[in-house]
Design a protein around this ligand. Structure first.
Ligand code: CMC
Length: 394
């Protein structure tokens, strides 16, 4: 191995120092800036959590007012950027659109892309947190052929997003406060999760000095995969494919079969060898939300999920490997109950996680130890050999 450690998937490599998010996977603990996720979920709101992640402390009243005001004032996006949407096919996956339009922000807001200037970094951060719901809702409106709804700055962050998603110009719209609170909670739980694949991608991309909009677009690309943020979509597809609770044991058996690539989506985690604390909160929220919304359509799916969890957790295969439900196992049920279409699930994750990516990017830019990310490799190819002209190759 020479002087390098072979560590596929970086399972044993700390690529940075960070003081943002702490996870204890054996205990099932998750802290943002030292605060337990359970307390934030119960008492805080998403924008306050954004402030905490970005600036390291909970805001005082004046600081919070100012932050809310700044984020609210940045919700519009350049009109020319909105024309990008027309260039996408009507059936484009919203994540495909997001990778494109977020990258394109760097073409519109280059007055804040001097990454050596802390003021530029802060403006870029505010812009991305503020504009992400506008871009996300527009990707949905495009996919269903409805007119884009502009932000309404008299509304809070989540209500504004729900309105841009579901309002039509011909009718008044008011978000259901129960739905709004459930979505806010989901967003808190997804806001950061230390050095996961997408956060590491953002760090690696920006370690070259690349601008933050382009780096966040790279993070979105990474989040899209089904082993990462795409899992919430895959979980609901899996649950919808199960017709009745009687079919659950068969699916669990399939997930154990090594000759079958199928895995139980929403199960297992690189770090948690315990129940994911976020999944616990979301499962409870599912109970409450489905009751409060009287959502009979989503109840059977929730029951299938609960049964799947019960059978899997009693199974030796899952016990031996410490495979528990992760954040995505129940989150899709909430999103579905809120009327969010399946193709938007991972976009919801993007919206929530943007702040985590940005907080980590800002931390990295301030860290005197950070330098360009450049992993090594174990070369296992040919040793030196000579080129043969085509006519001599047989
Ligand atoms: N179903 C069946 N078997 C599984 C599963 C699963 N969901 N997850 C892991 N295993 C098995 C795996 O086959 C391996 O078995 P063996 O030791 O016999 O070879 C063992 O458990 C360890 O798995 P691993 O793939 O080495 O673990 P990893 O840390 O590389 O992967 C993971 C973590 C989350 C990618 C994986 O558990 C998985 O694919 N889960 C399903 C997808 C999913 O829910 N992803 C969302 C993750 S949480 C939110 C997020 O990050 O965005």
């Amino acid at each position: 191995l020479g002087m390098f450690t072979y560590d596929p998937g970086y399972a044993a490599t700390a690529s940075c120092r960070s003081s943002i998010t702490y996870i204890d996977g054996d205990e099932g603990t998750l802290l943002y800036r030292g605060y337990p996720i359970e307390q934030l979920a119960e008492h805080s709101d998403y924008l306050e959590v954004c402030y905490l992640l970005l600036y390291g402390e909970l805001p005082e009243t004046k600081q919070m007012e100012k932050f809310r005001d700044i984020i609210t004032r940045h919700t519009m996006v350049n009109e020319d950027l909105l024309r990008f949407y027309d260039g996408f096919r009507y059936d484009a996956h919203p994540m495909a659109i997001m990778v494109g339009v977020v990258g394109a922000l760097s073409a519109f807001y280059h007055d804040s892309t001097d990454v050596t200037d802390p003021r530029h970094r802060e403006i870029s951060a505010h812009r991305m947190i503020a504009k992400m719901p506008t871009l996300a809702a527009a990707s949905y409106k495009h996919s269903i052929g409805q007119p884009l709804i502009y932000p309404d700055n008299s509304l809070g962050y989540v209500d504004n997003f729900l309105r841009m998603m579901f309002a039509v110009p011909s009718e008044p719209y008011t978000a259901n406060p129960v739905a709004s609170r459930a979505l806010d909670l989901m967003m808190i739980l997804h806001a950061d999760h230390e050095q996961n694949a997408s956060a590491s991608t953002v760090r690696l991309a920006s370690s070259s000095g690349a601008n933050p909009f382009a780096s966040i677009a790279a993070g979105i690309a990474s989040l899209w995969g089904p082993a990462h943020g795409g899992a919430n979509e895959a979980v609901v597809q899996m649950l919808e494919s199960i017709e009745s609770v009687r079919d659950v044991p068969g699916l669990v058996d399939r997930a154990k079969d090594k000759s079958d690539a199928f895995r139980l989506m929403g199960f297992g985690h690189r770090i948690y060898k315990q129940y994911d604390p976020r999944a616990k909160i979301i499962r409870q929220s599912c109970h409450e939300l489905l009751n409060e919304l009287g959502s009979t359509r989503d109840q059977p799916l929730f029951e299938i999920a609960l049964e799947l969890e019960r059978i899997a957790l009693e199974d030796d295969y899952f016990k031996e490997r410490n495979l528990y439900p992760n954040v995505d196992f129940y989150s899709g049920i909430i999103l579905r109950a809120l009327g969010i279409p399946l193709s938007m699930f991972t976009v919801m994750f993007v919206m929530s996680r943007t702040v985590g990516w940005i907080a980590q990017w800002m931390e990295m830019m301030d860290d005197p130890d950070s330098r360009i990310g450049r992993p090594r490799q174990l070369y296992v190819g040919h040793s030196r050999r000579d080129y043969l002209p085509l006519d001599q190759r047989g």
